[in-house]
Design a protein. Structure first.
Length: 211
């Protein structure tokens, strides 16, 4: 019996990454088909899991080959035969610019922030954040999505803090474990906002920094 697992978005890819590690340790089923769905192929979790999947398949083919070694006889390591499509990531709107996720997140943030009467400037990747700040005056607040193409929000924030950027930066992320929160704080984020974004929580956090 073959099992099917599809990771949706960055969080789904992260779950699939952990499953691959379990399969490496011999804790998976005999057969498994895996795939990922994400509009943004540059998503850090997706790209990392895609590389890990390829490494697993190559190792499994090599180390479980009974004609070449004895691993297949004496160990459960890498026992799971994992298959996938030629391209393990399906992009629902391939080539779209902006991506579907960017549209949804930006429109939601606009709706939440409209009542504050703030001026909003939107850029689509971390490198553009860095470039914009070089040419613009310092912003009062940056809402930094962690998963962005070109340069992710984590690295962009680290670079801004190394440049002595002082304004508050909030991380927008689907991951809010204690380990992740500590990592974000150490990188220079002032607050962590969990996705899906909750209006009341975001406005409450913002109010702590501004009258």
């Amino acid at each position: 019996m073959k099992n099917f697992v599809i990771g949706i978005g960055g969080t789904g890819a992260k779950c699939l990454e952990h499953l691959l590690h379990c399969c490496s340790a011999g804790l998976g089923p005999e057969q498994l088909w895996v795939g990922m769905i994400d509009q943004d192929e540059a998503n850090g979790n997706v790209s990392r899991t895609k590389v890990l999947l390829s490494k697993y398949q190559n190792l499994q083919d090599s180390l479980r080959n009974e004609t070449k070694n004895d691993l297949a006889k004496d160990s459960d390591l890498l026992k799971t035969k994992i298959s996938s499509n030629a391209d393990s990531v399906w992009l629902p709107l391939k080539g779209a610019d902006p991506t579907l996720e960017e549209v949804i997140n930006y429109e939601l943030l606009k709706l939440i922030l409209m009542q504050t009467k703030v001026n909003i400037q939107h850029v689509k990747d971390g490198q553009l954040v860095i470039d914009t700040i070089k040419t613009e005056k310092e912003f009062d607040l940056i809402l930094m999505d962690i998963q962005m193409p070109v340069l992710d929000g984590f690295k962009a924030t680290q670079m801004l803090r190394l440049q002595n950027y002082k304004s508050p930066i909030f991380a927008l992320t689907a991951l809010n474990t204690a380990v992740e929160i500590k990592k974000y704080k150490n990188a220079g984020f002032d607050e962590i906002v969990e996705k899906p974004i909750r209006r009341e929580l975001l406005l409450q956090l913002i109010s702590q920094y501004f009258d």
